[in-house]
Design a protein around this ligand. Structure first.
Ligand code: GAP
Length: 476
């Protein structure tokens, strides 16, 4: 695929998976028992990154919109919810098995001619007939395992919003148009889980449901498409790695009148990142029918006009966004030498200085070019040496920064190697404390992307970081 040349052979899913494990972003679930398919654990850097992606989305959807409020609904819902939503009946994938090698496939993902011939694409063995497989995880609530105790793990967060929409109108005096945002876990018994955390059985969604007057739905649908595109621009990701895909008639979910995916060019090709859906009045209409409750909106500003609102949904995978951010940020480059703009302050220091000790002609680095607002660690404080009071001074500086920034402290090994470790974790700023720091209370600020270094008074450090974060522009 020619578009994949933009990765220039750098980011592959294998490299990203291995870096994620090595640096504590993502681990395989239950690894000591050989791993659990479709489930992943987020390590110290991973949870920080995930929290920041979630916080950016939350700010964008709630704080920056006067008419969107938040919700955290339970994962376990009354089982009738899923009959009403259509998931019991329609949320299925077509499944075939190979009788010979026992491989399992989604019938819509194997070549048509193989399916027609009933031939396994892996071993050529005979395939079973296609059967429908419901993706919802079923369990039982209470001690009895009978049909009356069946309960489902939610396959989307959206339904928790729909069944609460009237509560929120009443408690928060919302007027149409308005939105409800939610972030939370969802579960799907996916037949094929591959490509690391791209498609998993347990994942997180960031969904916003926008309630509008029928007839204005198409206008709002277009507006939300515009806003969601602008959001990724703001995140600073490579915009030529994003495109729209409109669902054809055969792709539309059972609830949708129109749907567009924002697709991202992952190392394995273009894949869905987020969906914008016009769900019409389907969900509220069905909940009214199955619960017997009135789901209509009463427009008090318009002669108490009653109608069932239409819903425009924006639905993004949080864990899939994290994978996208990792792929987007990943870079490898040859380092000729670390640039040094503060060498004039250094020569009198015989023990080595913060600058000039890293990099050689054949030195390569792996760097994650996260936006500083997303980076798990904003600033790492590194004493040039452990001795002579430099470590104490560096720890002191870390304490000063801790209240405002996520920080790391590293005193182990050569300074060049420590910079590389921070590059690989995506830390945008390193603060280095050297012998000159002790003399004049200045520090070196090293920038991850350009590897440039500047010298500045310690007292100006925090304000400078704030300014750098605010004005950050990705250079590669
Ligand atoms: N409420 C609508 C809905 O759930 P969807 O297209 O099925 O729509 C929305 O899912 C988003 O959730 C997707 O664009 C994707 O980012 C994420 N997603 C869906 N299934 C996933 C899975 N098995 N693993 C990880 N993320 C998933």
């Amino acid at each position: 695929m020619s578009e994949l040349q933009s990765y220039q052979g750098k980011a592959t899913m294998d490299k990203i998976t291995s870096l994620a494990k090595r640096r504590g972003f993502v681990f395989q679930s239950s690894e000591v028992y050989g791993g659990q398919n479709g489930a992943w654990d987020y390590g110290p850097l991973g949870i920080e990154l995930k929290n920041r992606i979630q916080a950016m989305w939350w700010k964008e959807m709630t704080r920056l919109h006067d008419n969107i409020v938040g919700l955290d609904a339970a994962i376990l819902m009354h089982p009738k919810t899923w009959e009403a939503s259509g998931h019991v009946e329609n949320f299925t994938d077509p499944l075939v098995d190979c009788k010979k090698c026992k491989s399992r496939f989604r019938a819509d993902q194997i070549p048509e001619e193989k399916l027609a011939e009933k031939k396994c694409p892996d071993c050529g063995g005979e395939l079973t007939d296609t059967r429908k497989f419901n993706l919802m995880f079923k369990s039982h609530i209470g001690p009895a395992e009978d049909t009356a105790s069946v309960i489902y793990l939610r396959p989307e967060t959206a339904q928790g919003i729909y069944v609460n929409y009237k509560n929120i109108i009443q408690s928060n005096r919302m007027k149409i148009p308005f939105g409800i945002a939610q972030v939370g876990k969802a579960f799907r018994n996916e037949i094929v889980t591959k490509n690391f955390i791209f498609r998993t059985c347990e994942f997180e969604q960031m969904e916003m449901q926008y309630f509008v007057k029928p007839g204005t739905d198409e206008e709002w649908f277009n507006e939300w498409r515009r806003q969601r595109w602008a959001y990724y621009e703001k995140l600073g990701v490579k915009m030529d790695h994003l495109r729209w895909h409109q669902h054809g008639k055969d792709e539309l979910a059972h609830y949708a009148k129109d749907a567009y995916d924002i697709e991202y060019l992952f190392p394995m090709g273009w894949r869905e990142l987020e969906g914008v859906h016009n769900r019409t009045d389907y969900d509220l209409g069905r909940h009214a029918q199955f619960s017997g409750k009135d789901m209509q909106y009463i427009d008090q500003d318009n002669n108490n006009e009653r109608y069932t609102p239409y819903i425009i949904e924006t639905s993004a995978g949080l864990t899939r966004n994290l994978l996208m951010i990792l792929c987007d940020a990943y870079d490898e480059e040859q380092v000729v030498s670390e640039k040094n703009s503060c060498s004039s302050a250094e020569p009198q220091v015989p023990q080595g200085t913060a600058s000039g000790t890293a990099g050689s002609a054949d030195d390569w680095r792996t760097v994650l070019r996260f936006h500083p607002d997303l980076a798990p660690v904003t600033a790492a404080v590194l004493p040039l040496m452990k001795k002579d009071g430099l470590a104490e001074m560096a720890q002191d500086i870390r304490k000063e920064l801790q209240d405002d920034y996520s920080t790391d402290y590293d005193q182990a090994g050569a300074i060049g190697r420590r910079y590389r470790r921070q590059d690989e974790a995506g830390t945008p700023f390193c603060v280095t404390v050297d012998y000159q720091s002790k003399e004049d209370n200045t520090v070196t600020l090293r920038f991850r992307d350009s590897m440039e270094q500047i010298r500045l008074p310690r007292a100006e450090l925090s304000a400078r970081l704030r300014q750098e974060i605010k004005t950050y522009k990705r250079i590669k």
